[in-house]
Write a protein that binds this ligand. Sequence first.
Ligand code: SF4
Ligand code: SF4
Length: 446
Amino acid sequence: MYDVIFLGNQLKEPSLTTLQVDPEALLSCRGRVGDFSLRYRDNGQVREEKTLALVANLDYEHEAGLAGFPTFIEDTQIPEEGNLIFIQDYGQLAPAHINRMGLEKALAAAKGSSSRQVYYFYRSLRFTEGTDDIYEEARQAGVAFFRYEEGKLKVEEPGHLTYNRGGTSMELEGQVLTAPLLSPSPHLEKLARILRLNPSEEGYLQEENVYLAPTLTGRRGVYALGGARNPNSLGGFEEEACYTLEEIAALKNDLQPLVEDEREVDDKKCILCYTCYRVCPHAALEENEEQDAMEVLQEACWGCNGCISHCPAVAISIVGEEEEEKKPGLQVLMCENSAVTARKKLPQNIMDGFISREISCACSLKKEDIYAYLEDPADRVLILGCFEESCKHLEGEQRGQRIVDEVNETLKSLDLGEERVRFERLSPPMEADMKKLLGRWREGQL
Ligand code: SF4
Ligand code: SF4
């Protein structure tokens, strides 16, 4: 069992055991944070390894920037002499590492030759800790910064630039170096599929840019670092790598479920339709082959209950919730014309220990509903209706009594208990009568 498997570039952290796997070699990923199981190809063989966490760490793809001019990425040779024109043509926030790289290059170029002029054109600059200082140093070293609006900068021929601002036009000569455009690594599509992550529209492994927990993905224990995550990050790679490794070390020391109440799948009801598997945004459900049913991976579950509401077989529930509701086994059906009115005048806790339901009249009772309330052998049903002459529907109480008698008869004939259903009429004063009946029902005296 490794602490972390890097899909792509490996980082070293002495306190963690690590392994590197080529994303192209990855075949499958099962399990959850703390116990992922990865299958991958290695020298013609299929290997399987377990790990606590996974980090997808890939480089961005770099494309030529504005109008196809050379970019200022690391391997671009900057000439030793002559004017230089840096252009950072990002309309919105420029990716932090591109921003930093451009400023560092401009600063080095300005410091490297006193006879040249260095210009820095940008539509947006991102000032974070560290880049602030580089920017100031670059200004002091003589780099001239210009913020421009789209369409105001024209590079008509190599080495010649026209800048229009407030009615004045400026002509500049020098070698143009532009900020590269970034695009996702071609491996990310496959990784997103195997790791069951929702990629962003651009194809990165995060749907949105995450600021407070920058490298988290939708699946707990899986992190997106470097070019695997949205490039508009506030921090730089070092901060994000540091955050990621600290998070994994924390999980290693203390891995707790995120929510207190557990969800479980009833293997007798599950029809393995895979709906929950598809709708869970956190990849927290997996097929349990031994049970031939889906299983909730507790440490991965965020408790959103999306699976519960989508399961067509009503096979998923919150552990303990049903039992809690069923515990008393004492159900009270209250006629809205009598018992419901009386209850409102009684103390709030009068119904504690009962499962109560409102009915429009005893004449509306249906046998199949009563049988459904008697699912557990401990269940009993008390129906509270109006007394003889006061039924709004004239013969509701007679009909109610008849249905209750028939249900009890059937239960008895099937050996499912005697007198489990009771029909009582509330006589005036109804509140006192109801209180007495509920007390006797609770004590098992009815
Ligand atoms: S509750 Fe939400 S996070 Fe948990 S398994 Fe269901 S869908 Fe997934
Ligand atoms: S949605 Fe329900 S029935 Fe379908 S696989 Fe999930 S638990 Fe089973």
